[in-house]
Every structure is written in C-alpha cells, then in structure tokens.
Design a protein around this ligand. Structure first.
Ligand code: ZN
Length: 286
C-alpha cells in the first residue's frame, strides 16, 4: 500500500552502452515482488529489454541506450484490485502501491494499472540521476498498464507490448491511434505528432511522408456521417502513409498515419511514430 511495505535494495546496469551522461537511460523498477521473487523480476526485466531491442526502431538505436534495473521488494505479491469491473476486491502491501481500476476522465477503468508515480520517480532519480524514463513492471498476471510520467505494465502475456505502447506515450509523446466513441477526444487539432484532423497533404504535419498519389484522406470509417471524410475512389497502396480515419479515441473526424501501428494495435510502429522515436534517440547515439 506504500513505501512502508517493502524496501529498495540495489541498482544494476543491465545494458551498458557507455556513460550515463551521454546515453538515453531507461530505468526499470518492479512492484509487488517479494524478496523470494526477485529472480522472477530479473527475468521479467530482461524479457522487457529483449522485446524493446527487437522492436523497430529501438534495435537500430540501441547503442544510444542504457538500461538500469532497480531491485525493489514488497511485503506482498501482486497489486491492489478494487474490483471495479465486478471481480473480487484484492489488497496487497506493495512498495509503489500498484492498483488496477484507476480513474481516467472520471471513470474507473479495470485495466488502468497505476503506481505512486512521485515515489517511483523519486526512487529512480535517487539511484540513476541521469534517468530519462521509468518503466514499472507490476507482478500481476492480469492485463493492465498505463502511461503518464512513467510507463506501467503488468506481467500479462501482452505485458511487454503494453509497456512499449505506454513508453510511446510516456517517453516519446505519442498519442493513441485507436478510435472510440469520441467522448474523451479533445476538440481542435491535437498537438501530438501522430494524430491529426488535417487531411490536406500540403499542411498535414506528416505530409512529407505521404507519397504522391496517396489519396487524402486515405481511408474513411463507414458510419461516420458528417465527419467530413470523403472516401477516395480507389484504395491506397498497401502500407501507404496517409490519413486513416479513427484515432485518439474517436472513430470519426480524426486521423492516424497508417492502418496499423504500435500506438493502435501493437503492430510495428508506423513511419511517423518510428521517426519521432528515432529523432529523440539520435542525440544519444555514440
Ligand atoms: Zn503510429
């Protein structure tokens, strides 16, 4: 439930590509791991790093990345689960107070797994002063995660993918590219680099990546009457960068760069998102 429910043991640099002052430093912390589960935590941390390295464009930028693993023990295993979706109420004494059913825009969301961000950032900063980003792995097999000032994920089978998706939010400022009912979608042009309401290739923020001949908008969602999307006469070339209707939690009137992307469906990062990640990490390459 809080920092009185465990302790911080040590930090280990598990990927060392040079001085911390010159690299992009990722810090991994764990919550809900008892002392006897640290070997399992180390395995979970390694699997996350392996997944990150095999996800483009991180592999080609890996020489610019250090990874630090902080061993934190909790008195109890797992995470709090207030049971907002009707399941049993579970309470666990963990160092960073991981919990499912966290609030978002006034609703409790079962899969929204959060930790005490201020405490997590403080522990990361204390042990890795040059840290650029923090991922917290929570020792629960229930599906869940969150972005924000740090990325949080559970150890569900999809967890490492959740963590990389959340890292896209937390470390690289990318927006969700999936649609929805639009209730939580802000009005106007979103500032994020990978979603837009602008389907004019001359002014679109990723227009430089749109090939001549790709229709704009590139694809409209059926059922979006009045969204302003005018469907092209012919479908785009497979994998073409353009403007596909449905992004930032709205199915209509807002667009993503490609049909599929890690910020949408855990498919490979689209060229727009990959470009943002590359540009950010370029400054840390040897
Ligand atoms: Zn994308």
């Amino acid at each position: 439930m809080s920092a009185t429910d465990g302790g911080v043991l040590r930090v280990t640099k598990i990927v060392n590509n040079g001085p911390d002052t010159e690299r992009w430093n990722l810090v991994i912390i764990g919550d809900g791991y008892r002392h006897c589960e640290l070997v399992k935590y180390h395995d979970h941390a390694k699997k996350f790093v392996d997944r990150l390295q095999s996800t483009a464009p991180f592999g080609e930028m890996f020489d610019g990345i250090n990874v630090h693993r902080i061993d934190v023990v909790s008195d109890e295993s797992g995470a709090d689960d207030p049971g907002c979706a009707g399941g049993p109420v579970v309470t666990r004494k963990t160092y960073f107070d991981a919990t499912f059913c966290s609030p978002h825009n006034g609703h409790l969301i079962d899969r929204l797994l959060t930790v005490d961000n201020a405490l997590a950032l403080s522990v990361a900063k204390t042990h890795v002063s040059q840290n650029h980003h923090v991922v917290c792995i929570v020792n629960s097999t229930k599906y869940g995660g969150s972005g924000g000032s740090i990325a949080v994920c559970s150890v569900h089978a999809l967890s490492r993918k959740i963590a990389i998706h959340e890292l896209g939010h937390s470390a690289f400022g990318l927006a969700d590219e999936y649609g929805g009912n639009g209730l939580d979608t802000p009005a106007g042009e979103p500032p994020k680099p990978n979603v837009t309401r602008d389907t004019n290739s001359a002014t679109n923020k990723w227009g430089a990546l749109v090939a001549v001949g790709t229709p704009m908008p590139t694809q409209c969602n059926p059922g979006c009457v009045g969204s302003g999307c005018v469907a092209p006469g012919a479908p785009p070339a497979p994998g073409a960068v353009g403007t596909y209707e449905g992004a930032l939690w709205s199915d209509c009137g807002i667009y993503r760069p490609m049909e599929a992307c890690y910020m949408n469906s855990y498919d490979p990062f689209c060229p727009v998102c990959a470009g943002v990640i590359r540009d950010t990490l370029q400054a840390f390459m040897p």
